[in-house]
Design a binder for this molecule. Structure first.
Ligand code: UDP
Length: 413
């Protein structure tokens, strides 16, 4: 069965027909997506699914990954932290390294980028490619995946100057939009229901993963899946678990790995391991970047999934858990607010104490847990599947391509 047909079984035939109709306007066009890591983190996860789907729709789409030096990634991690609101003072050398690495990558990708009809640049890392391709032919769109609702101004000022030259930008929620001199679009990310991360799994595979990591079959599982990053607040998760465990027995699983563009992961992991030391009911797992089925199984084995972030662009881990009918206790921030509808698909919390209260409530109320989990799955089916995401990308490309035309006839061959 062709790739698109498989989606019609989950999302419905009309959804797939609509994708075909939209893409007929873009057939043969060349699209390039650029980011800074092939594996690890939500952007890589998304591109691995969006790119083959766009090709299946007849759009010639490729995915390029820029290469950088350790000091480049230190600088862009600083950008990431600053855009999400931390005070981060970067040296002139750091800014120069950022520009130098972008110019170097632009040299390597020049022909491809110049000739593409659309270039999607994901996040700040490759944003300065644009100023190095002066003779570009196509439209360039900056896709910002992080929470830039309250950026640290000096860093945003530097980045804004670069981003201003784009033809459009995309943010995940309306709260993140910044004043920019071009059209801005809101597109929420999505999950691929057919991927190894999200497909149904046999029960014994889920049991196998439970055994493999030495999880107690008689204790409820509280899970957070995340890169080891302070914005994900793993220490807050441990604090919440400690409060809740005084009253209800349970075990906590923190599962994560690194991303090649994230140099802080090792340090945060050490902090987490130290905080968990001596507690046999806390399992800190370090997983390889391709452990999709294991994460899938852990999410299915869990009774409650946490994503206690203090900043979050979107939080694909939330969507993934909801798709597996799990209620999510999520930090009251960014893209989590789009997904965790308080008291309906889960709970939004602002402190370890708040999270502990909700953990206890859900563990005591199995029926409520199931009910919220079912609603969570339905909510994802209606809003956060790959097919909806792709439809919005295609519509945006058509709108940008047709520029000022106020009416676009989709029936035109
Ligand atoms: N992920 C993974 N392995 C890990 C940690 C995370 O495969 O060890 C995946 C996770 O399942 C999700 C993505 O990476 O698909 C993380 O995306 P999210 O939007 O939650 O956060 P980001 O890392 O982009 O901030």
């Amino acid at each position: 069965m062709d790739l698109l047909e498989r989606y019609s079984e989950i999302a419905g035939r009309e959804v797939v027909d609509h994708l075909r109709q939209l893409s007929s306007q873009l057939k043969g066009m060349r699209v390039v997506h650029v980011n800074s890591t092939r594996q690890g983190g939500g952007v890589a996860e998304l591109l691995a699914k969006i790119v083959p789907m766009m090709n299946a729709l007849g759009i010639d789409t490729s995915w390029e990954v820029i290469e950088g030096t350790p000091s480049f990634f230190e600088c862009t991690k600083g950008f990431h932290n600053a855009i999400q609101g931390n005070t981060v003072v970067l040296s002139d050398e750091a800014f120069q390294e950022y520009l130098r690495v972008n110019a170097q990558n632009a040299g390597k990708l020049r022909d491809k980028l110049r000739d593409a009809d659309f270039v999607f640049i994901h996040d700040p890392q490759p944003a300065a490619l644009l100023e190095n391709i002066a003779d570009r032919r196509g439209k360039w769109v900056w896709r910002c995946h992080i929470d830039c609702s309250r950026p640290y101004r000096p860093v945003w000022k530097f980045l804004r100057r670069i981003v201003c030259d784009y033809d459009a930008s995309i943010f995940s929620t309306a709260q993140f939009v910044q004043p920019l001199p071009h059209p801005q679009y809101i597109i929420a990310p999505s999950i691929d229901p057919l991927s190894e991360k999200n497909m149904e799994l046999p029960k014994d595979e889920v049991e196998g993963v439970r055994e493999r990591f030495g999880l107690d079959p008689d204790l409820p599982i509280i899970l957070q899946v995340s890169r080891y990053d302070r914005f994900k607040d793993p220490l807050g998760v441990i604090a919440a678990y400690r409060i809740a465990r005084k009253i209800v027995p349970m075990q906590l699983v923190l599962a994560g790995g690194g991303a090649s563009d994230d140099p802080e992961g090792e340090i945060v992991l050490k902090e987490v391991q130290k905080a968990a030391e001596g507690d046999p009911y806390i399992h800190v797992l370090v997983l390889p970047p391709d452990a999709h089925r294991i994460i899938n199984a852990l999410q299915r084995a869990a009774d409650i999934v946490l994503q206690k972030s203090i900043r979050e662009g979107f939080g694909l881990t939330v969507t993934e858990a909801m798709w597996k009918s799990k209620p999510v206790i999520g930090g009251d921030t960014g893209g989590i607010r789009l997904q965790v509808i308080d008291h309906y698909t889960g709970f939004r919390v602002r402190s370890p104490e708040g999270a502990a209260l909700r953990i206890r409530y859900l563990l005591h109320n199995q029926e409520k847990r199931m009910e919220m989990g079912q609603r969570a799955k339905r909510f994802v089916r209606e809003n956060f599947l790959l097919t909806r995401h792709l439809r919005e990308y295609l519509a945006l490309m058509i709108a940008i391509f047709h520029g000022l035309e106020d009416r676009i006839d989709l029936t035109r061959p």
